[in-house]
Structure formats: structure tokens, C-alpha cells
Design a protein around this ligand. Structure first.
Ligand SMILES: NC(=O)c1ccc[n+]([C@@H]2O[C@H](COP(=O)([O-])OP(=O)(O)OC[C@H]3O[C@@H](n4cnc5c(N)ncnc54)[C@H](O)[C@@H]3O)[C@@H](O)[C@H]2O)c1
Length: 374
């Protein structure tokens, strides 16, 4: 069995799906590895390092591969070039990739999506959404600290006392908690809000204050948030306004699985912030929590800087690749038995994360969408 690791095709993608240090584990499992030249260029890993670890390096790495590995979904041309039955493993959010899903089905490719790994204890080592969110949360904190024209910590010096920066984090999931932990480590005065009940305790455990708006929690399936009604949304914005106005830094990370990110912050709420304040909208590329944030851009409005996130984990490609590679390796080890591909759809992790197989869309929600749009 042969695995090919692709050089990422999408502009701006700096991560790589496999690192040389993980090759021994694959070779041990009886798998050959081929990588495209410059596959690790953006993370400072030369082709020689892959070759030294036992990989074949060549432009024809994909030829004859049984499994193709990447970070971003393969493109339509790659899907056309792969032989029927080839397995692909990558991020692949189905609702955003419908033309590719159709092509995968038509080409009878078997696609596993890292977006669909179930959040169960046994799959934690494969949970790439969490590992990449953790990277993004850290990055949000560092971006804010760098852009803010103030210190984060309290300083008491002979020349006087400088108050710490105040940080408010909206959405205390994996990314939000990491943003809280990092801004706390930098010494800021941090508070946070989330609609889930358990988040108050998680926020407090990191030494931050939970903002209690006195609204009922909004919890849906699997411990995720539910979508808000318009009424609740308006009330939440009203109640958050004074907290936002009092913050030097606002970091937003709120998301609801399968939906566009909820709008939590209106232009009027930004107007209330002090000039020099910084807003980091980590989910700008999923619709945005902040009105006017633009993915990949920094805009200034009334002296407030609004930084819009775009593929944020890729901005720290080294740890993001290390963690992603480990996540995909753990999934691949489930797909290989005695050096051969073995697709056991009785395994709930494989059953849940397989999007297409043998000319069919296996993921129920995507099946329904395809049925609707044809
Ligand atoms: N393996 C596992 O079991 C596993 C792994 C990772 C995460 N989780 C859990 O999943 C949950 C969410 O994880 P995530 O970070 O992927 O979530 P996410 O990226 O979908 O959302 C980020 C956060 O935004 C919050 N949010 C949504 N709408 C909001 C609103 N209107 N206002 C304020 N906040 C809002 C959500 O509650 C969530 O905490 C957490 O409970 C986390 O502990 C479990």
C-alpha cells in the first residue's frame, strides 16, 4: 500500500499533512510513503528529510497511490486524475465543497473528511478540528497583543503603575479557551462569555471571569451551541455592549456547527470602544461574529482595529502541521491492516468520517443537500 502526500494547492495554505518524524510509524505498518517535492517547504522541512526518513520524493508521487493525504481538500483536477477507489484524507467541509463532493462520487473515490471525525473519547487523537482551533486561539491572543498599543500585564514601576489590558473573549470553545489561557499568561485582565452552561466553569478554571448575562443557556446536540433566535440575539447584543465598551481587546470565536457564525457585534458596539482598541474576529472566514470584519484584512474604524481571520491555523504552520499530521496518522492507522487498506465501516469513526465511497455519498446531511440541489 502506498500513501502520497500532496503539496498544498490552495493559495495561502502553509501547512503540510505529514512530517518525516511520523514516517517510521507508517513504514512499520507496512505502508510506503511518497511525497511531492517541496511538500514541507513552508514549515522548514526539506525534501531530504523526507527521503532520509524513507519516503520517495517525486512529482509523480500521486501515481499509483492508494491513499492521498492533504490538509485542504483535493481540487477538481486532482479528483479527475486519481484512479477509481483511491482514498483521500483531508479537511473537507461538505457544505462548502459541493462540486468536489459530486466529483468524488462520480469518480468513485473514497473521501474521509477530518471535519466529520466524531467527538467521542476514542477519536480524540484524530480530532483535527480541535487541534487546529487550539492553534488559532493562541494566534488570536498573540495578534491582539502585538496590535494593541498597550501592555497586557500590570506594571508597577518607580515611574508609576500601568494598568493591565482588559480582554473580552466571546465563545469559549476550544479556540476561545486557548485565547483566554494565552492572554492570561501574558498578564491581561480577561473575561469571557459563551452560551453553553459548562463554559462558566471552564472559563473560571483558567483564571478568567465569566460574564453572566442572566440569559438561559443554549445547548444543542453533543455539547455544541444551538442557533439563537433573533430576539435572544438582540438581547445578548444589548447586554454585551457595556462589556465590549470596557475592553481594550475583543476576541470573537463563536460558531455553531454547520451554520454561518452568529453576528454578535454590530457597528454601534464597535463605536463604543476606545480608540486604539483591537478586535480579532477569528471566525471572519465563516461569516464573522463582528459586522464589517473582512477575512485576511485589518481595517480601522473610528480608531478601532478590526482583524479578520482567514485560515488562521495556517499562520502558525509548524505546530498546526505537527498536530494535524499526528491526527491524520491516527486515522490512517485505523484504515490499514496487515499493510493493506481495510475499510471497516462498522467502526463508528470511519463510518462517521467517510463522505463518499464507491460512487455514493455516505454522509446523511450531505446526501440530503445533494438531493435538494442536484
Ligand atoms: N472530543 C470531544 O469530546 C470534544 C472535542 C472538542 C470540543 N469539544 C466540546 O465541544 C464544544 C464546542 O467546541 P468547539 O470549540 O469546536 O465549538 P465551535 O467552534 O463550534 O464554537 C465555538 C464556541 O462558540 C460558542 N458559541 C456559539 N454561539 C454563540 C453565541 N451566540 N454567543 C456566544 N458563544 C457562542 C459555542 O458554544 C462554542 O463554545 C465544547 O463543549 C468542547 O468542550 C468536545
Amino acid at each position: 500500500m502506498r500513501i502520497a502526500v500532496l503539496r498544498e494547492r490552495r493559495p495561502g495554505e502553509r501547512r503540510v499533512a505529514l512530517l518525516p518524524e511520523l514516517l517510521p510509524r507508517l513504514l512499520q505498518a507496512g505502508v510506503e510513503v511518497a511525497v511531492e517535492p517541496d511538500v514541507g517547504a513552508e514549515v522548514g522541512v526539506p525534501d531530504d528529510a523526507y527521503a532520509a526518513a524513507g519516503a520517495y520524493v517525486g512529482d509523480d508521487a500521486m501515481e499509483g497511490a492508494d491513499l492521498v493525504l492533504s490538509v485542504q481538500p483535493i481540487n477538481l483536477a486532482t479528483a479527475r486524475a486519481l484512479a477509481e477507489g483511491t482514498v483521500t484524507v483531508s479537511f473537507l467541509p461538505p457544505t462548502q465543497e459541493m462540486p468536489l463532493v459530486r466529483r468524488l462520487r462520480e469518480r468513485r473515490l473514497t473521501a474521509f473528511s477530518m471535519d466529520l471525525i466524531p467527538r467521542i473519547a476514542r477519536a480524540q487523537t484524530m480530532d483535527a478540528l480541535s487541534s487546529q482551533s487550539m492553534v488559532a486561539g493562541y494566534r488570536a491572543a498573540v495578534v491582539a497583543a502585538e496590535r494593541l498599543p498597550r501592555f497586557f500585564p500590570l506594571f508597577m514601576t518607580a515611574a508609576g503603575t500601568v494598568r493591565p489590558a482588559t480582554v473580552l473573549v466571546l465563545g469559549a470553545g476550544v479556540a476561545g479557551l486557548q485565547a483566554i489561557a494565552t492572554t492570561r499568561r501574558l498578564g491581561a485582565d480577561v473575561s469571557a462569555y459563551d452560551v453553553r452552561k459548562s463554559s462558566a466553569e471552564e472559563v473560571a478554571s483558567l483564571g478568567a471571569r465569566f460574564v453572566d448575562l442572566g440569559l438561559p443557556p443554549l445547548e444543542g446536540e453533543g455539547g455544541y451551541a444551538r442557533e439563537m433566535t433573533e430576539e435572544r440575539s438582540t438581547r445578548q447584543r444589548e447586554l454585551l455592549t457595556p462589556h465590549i465598551a470596557a475592553s481594550d481587546v475583543l476576541i470573537t470565536t463563536a460558531a455553531v456547527p454547520g451554520r454561518t457564525a452568529p453576528l454578535l457585534v454590530t457597528p454601534e458596539m464597535i463605536v463604543g470602544m476606545r480608540p486604539g482598541s483591537v478586535v480579532v474576529d477569528l471566525v471572519a472566514d465563516q461569516g464573522g461574529n463582528v459586522a464589517g470584519s473582512v477575512p485576511g484584512q485589518e481595517l480601522s474604524t473610528g480608531g478601532v482595529l478590526i482583524w479578520g481571520g482567514q485560515n488562521v491555523p495556517s499562520q502558525l504552520p509548524v505546530p498546526a502541521s505537527q498536530l494535524y499530521a499526528q491526527n491524520v496518522l491516527n486515522l490512517i492507522l485505523l484504515l490499514v491492516r496487515d499493510g493493506r487498506l481495510h475499510l471497516d465501516f462498522d467502526d463508528e469513526i470511519l463510518a462517521a468520517s467517510c463522505l463518499t465511497h464507491d460512487g455514493e455519498v455516505r454522509h446523511r446531511h450531505t446526501q440530503d443537500l445533494i438531493g435538494e440541489v442536484g
